[in-house]
Design a protein around this ligand. Structure first.
Ligand code: CA
Length: 235
């Protein structure tokens, strides 16, 4: 099988969606595989090694949430979760499934394709993965080794889901600088991110919960009113 065309695995139980997506994505140059339930999604993931997964949350036999968790246990393949309502996104983000992006029905084909391309750009496929060298970060009580995907806070290893890890990495590479909401969203979620801007606040809150001594009165990642956030350099 040639890998010149990226493979999209659609996990979706509504036949009309599958048809529309297949036609639209093929026209954009993707190869499309479709799974009709969660179990089949896992089987097809193993069989086809897709470059990206478009994963509906409400699936028969096994929910998209469980499918995402199971795939994330051993793979960093890009996953875009599909919710039935935009109001569900915060809840889903809060579950820390490790998905790369979220989109809610109904969505436009152009928006979906932009999101797929953005997520794929941010995720180097295996084999072309950039060498991260010995780049490590140490700011105050936090140290990070991106190559090993490890974060230590006050000497303790802290487990962070992918998005929180990337968020913290962006702060660590810009210590003391105010980062605007737009810059952060652009960097961590990609320039075509059009989801809820509350997503950022949810992630900041979760990250603070893990790194701050008093998350309600943060001293590491502080809010700069009207602008964004800053990683403070301790004096
Ligand atoms: Ca469904």
């Amino acid at each position: 099988m040639t890998k010149s065309q990226p493979i999209v695995l659609i996990a979706e139980d509504e036949e009309s969606f599958i048809e529309a997506l297949s036609v639209g994505l093929k026209r954009e140059g993707f190869l499309v595989e479709a799974a009709r339930d969660g179990e089949e999604a896992l089987q097809m993931f193993e069989k086809h090694h897709p470059d990206i997964i478009l994963l509906d949350i409400m699936l028969p036999r096994k929910s998209g949430l469980d499918v995402c968790r199971e795939i994330r246990a051993h793979s960093r393949v890009p996953i875009i979760m599909v919710t039935a309502k935009s109001t569900e996104i915060d809840t889903v983000v809060g579950l820390e499934l490790g998905a790369d992006d979220y989109i809610s029905k109904p969505y436009r084909m152009t928006e979906l394709v932009a999101r797929i391309r953005a997520v794929m750009r941010r995720t180097p496929s295996s084999g072309t993965e950039e060498l991260e060298g010995d780049q490590r970060y140490e700011v105050g009580v936090i140290s990070m080794d991106p190559a090993r995907h490890e974060v230590f806070v006050r000497g303790d290893l802290v487990k962070l889901p992918l998005k929180e890890f990337e968020l913290l990495e962006f702060f660590l590479s810009n210590p003391g600088r105010v980062l605007t909401r737009e810059q952060i969203i652009d960097r961590v979620w990609g320039p075509y991110y059009a989801g809820e801007t509350k997503t950022l606040d949810v992630h900041i809150k979760r990250l603070r919960g893990k790194i701050e001594q008093t998350p309600s009165d943060p001293t590491i990642i502080t809010t700069v009113r009207g602008l964004g956030y800053r990683l403070e350099i301790p004096r």
